[in-house]
Design a protein around this ligand. Structure first.
Ligand code: EPZ
Length: 426
């Protein structure tokens, strides 16, 4: 099993190309099921989760071709063609490994009229139920049975538009219901919807396919169902979590890094916090530049919440930064109930962090120390890589498959800006 070895202490200097957003690309791939015409997706990240979604779609009968980009910064282009849907079953073995598989429910129900999708079950960061999705599809007229751990859904005469008020602005539920409603009869009004940029990206692609959607990026999305959607040629937005991760890495290690293709508006809160603790963040004509001298950052409190607030997917990375701050920081996690699994591992590197419920109190230390560590999800894993960049000595991050799910060529990108990092294959 691969591991990553980091020797801490190097400043970072240079440029890092930002990949396409995983959490947009996965949903765009699922949306290809909505049309019998080819869908071309550009700026696709090369990740294990993308491969898992490709395998799932091929089981449904989707033909898939990939044109590989060559070097760093040259992304893949994927062509998906769901001419006919031969099967609409998403088995447990795939959904269990990648929860985003559940996002095929909306497109399959809308286009095919039936779907049998395994319930995802809990995962390392929380229980993560799908009740909002299921209640929403029932409201859209689908008949849903739960049998042997599977959701068996049917809407033989099509989905029917209605008003759905989500109990929480869930990203997955908003997107699943949106991809169902685009082919429903009549108007659907989704209230308390997710405003995440990836949700907007999906909506924009659906509009380019001929869907009638208004209110993207707000808490109320209106969808007027159309009879059919066409193919599309669409470019995936840059990954704001990858961007934020490298911005935090630069703030920790010191130096000057330009994040190519990054968009300022996707990470406004993070950049405000970084500036507040003495990091320069500037927009350039190629992306965002991060500059910091070696001085220890001050501490600052942060609370995760739905967009546009601070994202839960950057909480672990920000905690690594606060672990070396000059002061005490309070980090509150409001989205997932169990997303502090990186704390004991950071503690093995010398961090001083106390967790009570949804609150982590981080007392900054002057220096972290390298250690063998491992984590249970991809954002937690990358926080350990960031800690390794500034730790004294050698850090070995185990369970690299978590990183490969969501960070394209992480070690290549970081070593290209001067980090001492390499993958050890065993
Ligand atoms: C998406 O997950 C992302 N995943 C997550 O990124 C991200 O952390 C999360 O949104 C929040 O931003 C993908 O896009 C593939 P939610 P999702 O539905 O859609 C509860 C990463 O590291 N809830 O907004 O599953 C749920 O348990 C991943 O890339 C219900 O109770 O998130 C959670 O506490 C991790 N019932 C909260 O809502 C439901 O039916 C937010 O979940 C649905 C959700």
């Amino acid at each position: 099993m691969d591991r990553i070895r980091i020797r801490g202490g190097n400043r970072l200097k240079g440029e890092i190309p930002i990949s396409g957003a995983k959490n947009s690309a996965l949903k765009l791939m699922a949306a290809s099921l909505l049309t019998d015409q080819p869908v071309t997706l550009r700026n696709m990240p090369r990740l294990a989760d993308i491969e898992a979604m490709a395998d799932l779609l091929m089981q449904f009968g989707v033909t898939l071709n990939i044109r590989r980009g060559a070097g760093l910064g040259q992304s893949d282009t994927m062509r998906l063609h769901a001419a006919t849907i031969e099967s609409a079953v998403a088995p447990y073995d795939i959904v269990r490994k990648m929860r985003a598989s559940f996002q095929v429910l909306g497109p399959l129900l809308a286009r095919h009229g039936t779907a049998k999708i395994s319930l995802p079950g809990g995962c390392a960061i929380g229980a993560r139920p799908v009740d909002f999705h299921i209640k929403g599809f029932e409201a859209l007229g689908a008949k849903i049975d739960l049998v042997d751990g599977y959701v068996i859904a049917s809407a033989k005469d099509g989905l029917i538009g209605t008003m759905i008020d989500l109990p929480f602005a869930s990203v997955g539920a908003t997107e699943n219901l949106m991809t169902g409603a685009v082919l429903a009869r009549g108007r659907t009004v989704l209230k308390n919807t997710a405003r995440e940029p990836e949700t907007e990206d999906l909506g924009r692609c659906l509009i380019a396919m001929g869907a009638k959607i208004s209110g993207l990026g707000t808490s109320e999305i209106t969808i007027d169902g159309v009879e059919r959607l066409s193919g599309v040629d669409y470019t995936v937005m840059p990954d704001r979590i990858e961007t934020g991760t490298y911005a935090i890495a630069t703030a920790m290690a010191g130096g000057e890094v330009e994040l190519l293709g990054a968009r300022a508006e996707s990470n406004t809160v993070l950049y405000g916090l970084l500036r507040g603790i003495g990091t320069e963040v500037t927009q350039t004509n190629r992306g965002i530049a991060i500059h910091r001298n070696g001085v220890r950052p001050n501490s600052v409190d942060v609370t995760t919440d739905v967009f546009p607030s601070f994202p839960t997917d950057l909480q672990a990375q920000f905690m690594a930064l606060m672990a070396i701050s000059d002061g005490t920081s309070h980090i509150t996690e409001t989205i997932f109930e169990n997303r502090f699994m990186h704390v004991p591992e950071l503690a093995r590197m010398g961090a001083n962090i106390r967790v009570e419920g949804d609150l982590a109190t981080v007392i900054g230390v002057e220096r972290l120390k390298g250690a063998p560590v491992m984590a249970t999800d991809l954002r937690a894993s990358v926080s350990l890589v960031l800690a390794g960049l500034v730790a004294e000595g050698e850090t070995i991050v185990n369970r690299v498959y978590h990183l490969d799910r969501g960070f394209e060529r992480l070690e290549e990108k970081l070593s290209s800006v001067g980090a001492d990092i390499e993958r050890l294959s065993t």
